[in-house]
Design a binder for this molecule. Structure first.
Ligand code: KIV
Length: 282
């Protein structure tokens, strides 16, 4: 069975049986077929297993871990040493998904050599299958060296959270003339060998034009409906995040459900209703 052929003969990247990991070639092939696919973040083995078994083809160990795992108010403080064990856990928890490791702020911008050393740690020590880095023309030497060293690279344009202090906040990017710059950055990333590009918080019309101009898949977050794939931070899509961004659609109310469950547990403990005989050993 090919990577994208299901038991009933239809071709699909999302949820299709593979018997092996999804590869970057499968993602390019999906774009050629016009097939859209979902990507979600994951930071631990248990969510990785759930998302992997649900057929999600790409799991991103995002530097958003800085905020949703480590409790910082931006992605800047998280380090390579913080993200390596999370990435290793996601690889161990999944069997089919391509696992992409985000290179954190300060770990690749210095030089192409620095990027190679950091990316190699994610591949060797955590077992990542690809890395993601933010930026366009300023990181082309990094992308070229990583790709030539055999490391698949996912780009990230538009709202690049590691540059929040230069951008002046978490705001829509690529309006007006800066849309042309974003388009040329996207083409440059493709030429440099990137296998896909995240487009974050950009006008839907610009994302549509970029998607049509590239042979590699675009992955949107706050970029409208025309991108080849969509990504969300899992805590956002499950309803754990208190004040989600406009582009988030919540598919569950996990915070409410967890609150209900932990209060029920607490009530049972204080009343003596838990544990019951069936939870106890002879
Ligand atoms: O860090 C992250 O989770 C990301 C996604 C939002 C694309 O970069």
């Amino acid at each position: 069975m090919s990577s994208s052929t299901t038991t009933n003969g239809s071709t699909t990247l999302y949820g299709g049986a593979t018997g092996r990991r999804i590869t970057v070639r499968d993602l390019i092939a999906a774009k050629e077929r016009g097939e859209r696919w979902p990507m979600v973040t994951s930071y631990d083995a248990m969510t990785a297993r759930v998302f992997d078994q649900a057929g999600i083809p790409v799991l991103l160990v995002g530097d958003s871990a800085a905020m949703v795992v480590y409790g910082y108010d931006s992605t800047l403080p998280v380090t390579v040493d913080d993200l390596l064990p999370l990435t290793a856990a996601v690889v161990r928890g999944s069997a089919r998904a391509l696992v992409v490791a985000d290179l954190p702020f300060g770990s690749y911008q210095g030089s192409a050599q620095q990027a190679l050393e950091t990316a190699a740690r994610f591949m060797k020590e955590a077992g990542a299958h690809a890395v993601k880095l933010e930026g366009g023309r300023r990181v082309l030497p990094q992308v070229e060296l990583l790709v030539s060293a055999g490391i698949p690279v996912m780009g990230h344009l538009g709202l690049t959270p590691q540059s929040v202090n230069v951008l002046g906040g978490y705001r829509v990017q690529g309006r007006g003339q800066s849309g042309d710059e974003l388009m040329s950055d996207a083409k440059d990333l493709e030429r440099a060998g990137a296998f896909s590009v995240v487009l974050e918080c950009v006008p839907a019309e610009l994302a549509e034009r970029v998607t049509a101009s590239l042979a590699i898949p675009t992955i949107g977050i706050g970029a409208g409906p025309a991108t080849d794939a969509q990504v969300l931070v899992w805590q956002d899509l499950m309803g754990l995040t208190p004040r989600p961004a406009k582009f988030v659609k919540q598919y569950s109310e996990l915070a409410t459900e967890m609150d209900r469950a932990v209060r029920a547990f607490a009530a049972d403990v204080t009343s003596g209703a838990f544990p019951e005989a069936g939870h106890s050993y002879e």
